[in-house]
Each structure stands twice: as structure tokens, then as C-alpha cells.
Design a protein around this ligand. Structure first.
Ligand code: CDP
Length: 206
């Protein structure tokens, strides 16, 4: 069988589990468009920190808002998680994500609720996770690599607090869809994790 015109890969999981890298590499390998949906919430979070009403910010969000340079800071991540708990914010961002997923040629979307809410009919669903300590170590290395001075303990407590908020919210909480394949990267290097994901997606393509 040939390649369907739409082909959706949904990749969910908590912060710094490796889903960003895996998603990018899957997109390159299979020539799919890629959307990091966390950036939508981070962009709304950044606008909220700048004083805008988050619901209005989500309603009027423009694609160029995703190009802001300051979206990867811990402050923005925290605010993103706060605004992501608002059903109205999520509602305003829904159509854009679904349209992106259905585009001709196929797409990979990564986030927290892609396999459960945004694309419940995705062709492939992955849930990428790792224990909190490993994830905090990776995020700490990433942030200090960018020149940010921040304690590992602070990164770990931020990661745990965000997990709790993302898993505990009423609307679209983060959890593994029943038909998602789990990749636990706690004891896997990124190349091994990417190879595993590539293998799973390839098996669903033909
Ligand atoms: O990069 P990292 O995994 O730390 O976070 P992110 O994917 O950029 O997401 C930032 C925040 O946005 C998360 O903590 C969630 O609260 C929220 N988010 C969400 O609610 N739903 C999504 N599909 C993606 C992100």
C-alpha cells in the first residue's frame, strides 16, 4: 500500500523526556511537517506574562508569536502550564492544531494531549517519558548550556510541579492514550530512543 495523503504521528509526554528531539527527527526522516504544540502554550504564556489576557492572547495568536526568542525560559514554561489549564485557552488553539495534523503530506505533533484529544485517530501514537530526575538533569544541562544560571534542585522541583499541574487539570490532562506505544527513555540515550521511534513509525507506514 502506498503512503496515505494524510498521516498523523502523535507524540506526547512530560517535560524533557525527549519528545521534542524525537519529533523533529521523525519529521525529517519521513518528510512530515512538525508542530511543537508546547510552543503555542508557551507563546500564550509569554503574552500573559507581558500583561495580556491569556484567553484573548490564545484567540488572536498569530504564527509569528511562536518565533519569539524567549519562549524556552523556565518562567515562560511555568506560565504556559498555568494558561494551559484554562479550557478557553485550549479551545482557541484546537482548530489550528487539528488543521495542521490533517495537512496533505502528513504531520507529527508533539505535546501533552495529541493522542488523547487533538488527534485521537492518529496513525501512530507514542508516549515518551522518563523519570523526573533524569528529565530534570537533561533540562538543567539544556538551560545551563544556553548560559542560564539555575540550580538542578530548582529545575527538578519545577519539572515535578509542572507534571502535577499537567496531569491533574480537568481539561485535557496529560496521560498515555490506551493505544499509544510507551517509550521510556530513563535509561536510553537519545539515538536509541530516536531509532526505536523511527522503527515504530516505519512499521505503520506500509
Ligand atoms: O518543552 P517542555 O516539554 O518542557 O514543555 P512544552 O512541551 O513546551 O509545554 C509547555 C507547557 O504547555 C506544558 O507544561 C503544558 O502545560 C502545556 N502544553 C499542553 O497543555 N498541551 C500541549 N499539547 C502542549 C503543551
Amino acid at each position: 500500500m502506498g503512503r496515505q495523503t494524510t498521516f498523523t504521528v502523535a507524540i506526547d509526554g512530560p517535560a524533557a523526556a525527549g519528545k521534542g528531539t524525537i519529533s523533529k527527527r521523525i519529521a525529517e526522516r519521513f518528510d512530515l511537517a512538525h508542530l511543537d504544540t508546547g510552543l503555542l502554550y508557551r507563546a500564550v504564556g509569554a503574552l500573559s506574562l507581558a500583561g495580556q489576557d491569556p484567553i484573548e492572547a490564545a484567540r488572536t495568536l498569530v504564527p509569528s508569536a511562536l518565533d519569539r526568542e524567549d519562549l524556552r525560559t523556565p518562567q515562560v514554561a511555568k506560565e504556559a502550564s498555568q494558561v494551559a489549564a484554562m479550557p478557553e485557552v485550549r479551545g482557541h488553539l484546537l482548530a489550528f492544531q487539528r488543521d495542521f495534523a490533517r495537512q496533505e503530506g502528513g504531520a507529527v505533533l508533539d505535546g501533552r494531549d495529541i493522542g488523547t484529544v487533538i488527534c485521537p485517530d492518529a496513525n501512530v501514537k507514542l508516549f515518551v517519558t522518563a523519570n523526573a530526575e533524569v528529565r530534570a538533569k537533561r533540562r538543567h544541562a539544556e538551560l545551563t548550556g544556553k548560559g542560564l544560571k539555575i540550580d538542578y534542585e530548582r529545575v527538578l522541583s519545577d519539572v515535578i510541579a509542572r507534571d502535577q499541574l499537567d496531569e491533574g487539570r480537568q481539561d485535557a490532562p496529560m496521560f498515555k492514550a490506551e493505544d499509544a506505544i510507551l517509550i521510556d527513555t530513563s535509561e536510553m540515550d537519545i539515538e536509541t530512543a530516536v531509532a526505536k521511534a523511527v522503527e515504530i513509525v516505519a512499521a505503520h507506514l506500509d
